[in-house]
Design a protein around this ligand. Structure first.
Ligand code: AMP
Ligand code: ZN
Length: 486
């Protein structure tokens, strides 16, 4: 609200109550949406890691103009229309290792929304029009514009706008409640029949779950005006109290330098990218590689680099866990791990500088790998180095080698939904390793080793070729055979 970075402290003890505007479930989410959701996920993970107790609520917008229009066009009830996309959102979020917030649905709160609007009307803050719609009278809220820092001095009292989304700088009385239209879904409530406007949904759900004043409200930068400005106006004019203490807005994702849009054809969902042969972990890593407040330009080169970075981290962890090391410890390693953790915490505390946190862990990996090569790592150093890696991963969540089953379910989805033509050869290769479990792979490697020990090289080569064909990379090291999924 102050448009400056401020020291964060919760309103009550060490409990953080936060709310993020969730998806509008009228279609599959695109990776721009997920940039925002991952940024908020990272924030709440870091708050928890820092010792706060976090209550994180996200809404599912399952009624708005687009949903009403699309469900009417398909002739199905709203819930039936949105169920598919709500499910897809939850699956995609889980695929991207987004920890699930407490979820609330707009359609479960319609009576509460009607009550809220009735109270606004009682106080003269809202008015009803002849058709049965209700509007918020923004002239009654002189602070209107305080979040977006827009000056609405010349605004016209009584000018109205009834669509949920409207262009910038258009300060008008906005719709709280929309009268029913022929053929469109509506609900019967204490203020008459109709449906809620988008903005009222978030005021009602956030205050119901978190109280009239809570700590932090998040969303993408496009929500600052009008959505969040309208949430503030509705909420604060009714309660007379500050609505949200801190605001967190993620900058829009660009694609190859341009705004991502359907018409430009540069519009990607998570599933699009996976079908092209990219791993969910690379996508998550890329989307966190630029601090949330800075512009992030999505490119396929960037995605490849992200994949390499994740591989390097996973390989380093493998090296730590599989190496045969001499007893004892090297103080320099404990120091390196300790300093890395201090630095990661410091940069994340500074407005979540994710790029610097990634740089810190990579410097550690580089230095530790050099020490490994020089034979300077001892058995007891492993715990310290793994500890730093785990701290990093509590927030970034890319180390678990679980891309294969996730890819496999997207592949199954594509086949069942008739998207076979979008399945790339790269994906088929990637998915190969998903057919083998860790135990299967260990077993095959043991067979391969046994064959080699028996000098049956034909047999051992056959096992190796089978594993390679299944997307398993096998490396011979001085500590024995090491494997990973491609
Ligand atoms: P929606 O499903 O359209 O309600 O959007 C869900 C969230 O994604 C909101 O917080 C939006 O602000 C955010 N969002 C939409 N497009 C982008 C984008 N290109 N980059 C980052 N966030 C976005
Ligand atoms: Zn919202």
């Amino acid at each position: 609200m102050s448009a400056r970075v401020e020291e964060f402290c919760p309103l009550q003890d060490n409990e953080v109550r936060m709310y993020a505007c969730g998806p509008t479930v009228y279609d599959y989410g695109h990776i721009g949406n997920f940039r925002t959701f991952i940024a908020v996920d990272l924030l709440q993970r870091f708050l928890r890691q820092s010792g706060y107790k976090v209550r994180y609520v996200m809404n599912i917008t399952d009624v708005d103009d687009k949903i009403i229009r699309n469900s009417a066009r398909e002739g199905v009830p709203v819930r039936q229309y949105t169920a598919k996309y709500e499910k897809a959102f939850l699956e995609d979020a889980a695929t991207l290792n987004i920890q699930q917030p407490e979820l609330v649905r707009a359609t479960d709160h319609i009576p509460a929304m009607a009550d809220f609007i009735a109270k606004l009307e009682e106080k003269g803050l809202a008015y009803r029009t002849d058709d049965g719609s209700y509007y918020f009278r923004i002239a009654k809220f002189p602070a209107y514009g305080k979040l977006s820092k827009k000056d609405f001095a010349g605004m016209e009292d009584g000018a109205r706008v009834d669509v949920d989304e409207y262009e910038k700088d258009n300060a008008r009385d906005f719709a709280l409640w929309k009268a029913p239209k022929e053929g469109e879904a509506s609900w019967k409530t204490g203020i008459g029949r109709g449906r809620p406007g988008w903005h009222i949904e978030c005021s009602v759900m956030s205050m119901q779950e978190l109280g009239e004043t809570f700590d932090l409200h998040a969303g993408g930068e496009d929500l600052i005006f009008p959505h969040h400005e309208n949430e503030i106006a509705q909420s604060e004019s009714l309660t007379g109290k500050m609505f949200a203490h801190f605001w967190f807005h993620a900058r829009f994702l660009l694609v190859e330098g341009e705004k991502m849009s359907k018409s430009l054809g540069n519009f990607f969902t998570l599933r699009d990218l996976v079908l092209k042969g990219h791993k969910p972990s690379s996508i998550r890593y890329l989307l966190t590689s630029v601090p949330y407040r800075n512009q992030l330009n999505f490119t396929f080169d960037g995605l490849k680099q992200a994949a390499t970075s994740v591989d390097r981290l996973r390989n380093f962890r493998l090296r730590l866990s599989q190496a045969q090391l001499p007893q004892g410890s090297n103080d320099a390693m404990a120091k390196l791990a300790g300093e890395t953790m201090v630095r990661m915490k410091a940069v994340l505390e500074d407005d979540l500088n994710t790029a610097q946190a990634q740089a810190a862990i990579f410097e550690m990996v580089r230095a530790a790998n050099a020490a490994f090569d020089a034979g300077e790592v001892r058995k007891d150093d492993v715990t310290a180095l793994l500890g730093a890696l785990e701290k990093f991963d509590e927030v970034f969540a890319v180390l678990a080698d679980d891309d294969a089953p996730k890819i496999k379910s997207i592949l199954d989805w594509a086949r069942s939904e008739g998207h076979e033509k979008d399945i790339s050869p790269e994906l088929i290769e990637l998915a190969g390793s998903a057919t083998l479990s860790d135990a299967d792979i260990e077993k095959k490697i043991a067979e391969m080793n046994a064959a080699r020990t028996a000098r049956n090289f034909k047999e051992s080569d056959r096992h190796r070729a089978e594993l390679t064909a299944a997307g398993i990379v096998i490396e011979n090291t001085k500590d024995g055979v090491r494997w990973r999924r491609k």
